[in-house]
Design a binder for this molecule. Structure first.
Ligand code: GAR
Length: 200
């Protein structure tokens, strides 16, 4: 069984969707651990409810490389196949990138390369785009820049608020993250430059 580590910072709805998809037999994997950088994260409670091992590794006052080395050391004995960032709001430092090359995925609530960074649903509204969505991508040392595994688009409606747009995008996040994880775990792809190309 392929083993996932899920990194979270807050609500954890993507983590919960992945856990439920595993329980429903839609994804052949197990969640070996959930790590939160935030001791207050609701995701920690959800993990406890679901009986999934979880641990807080606090990031407050810790630089990203030191933090990445700490997470790497927690994960080292666990035989992790893939790290899944699910609402993890810190940059991933080099020690973790080096330990898991092209084995870290992130989900972002915009159609990259549009709107990297934070508060991106508001950015999309302010810019006036008519379509937004979400992106699953491999994590590299840039900000939301790694090769794209999957995207889904949603309409931006005239009466949207950042919250209503975020909710529409989130429903797609919950769907495509599991699909992207399944593809990566299957190994049926190759990375050509920036392109993630399916193989049979
Ligand atoms: C999700 O919308 C995710 O795409 C976003 O945070 C939210 C977390 O929700 N991630 C980022 O913005 C990463 N830069 P969740 O905790 O309920 O999964």
């Amino acid at each position: 069984m392929r083993r996932l580590a899920i990194l979270v910072s807050g609500r954890g709805s993507n983590f919960e969707a992945i856990a439920r998809n595993i329980a429903a037999g839609k994804l052949d994997a197990e969640i070996a651990i959930v790590i939160s950088n935030n001791p207050e994260a609701k995701a920690l409670e959800t993990a406890a409810t679901l009986g999934i091992k979880a641990r807080c590794v606090p990031s407050k006052g810790v630089d990203s490389d030191t933090y990445a080395a700490r997470v790497r050391d927690v994960l080292a004995p666990l035989g992790i196949d893939l790290i899944v960032l699910a609402g993890f709001m810190r940059r991933v430092g080099q020690p973790l990138l080096d330990a898991y090359p092209q084995r870290i995925l992130n989900i972002h609530p915009a159609l990259l390369p549009a709107f990297p960074g934070l508060h991106v649903q508001q950015q999309a509204l302010d810019y006036g785009v008519k379509v937004s969505g979400c992106t699953v991508h491999f994590v590299d040392s840039g900000m939301d820049t790694g090769p794209i595994v999957a995207q889904a688009a949603v309409p931006v409606l005239d009466d949207d608020t950042a919250e209503s747009l975020a909710a529409r995008i989130l429903a797609e996040e919950h769907r495509i993250y599991t699909e992207a994880i399944a593809l990566v775990l299957s190994g049926k792809y190759r990375i050509e430059g920036r392109r993630v190309v399916r193989t049979s």
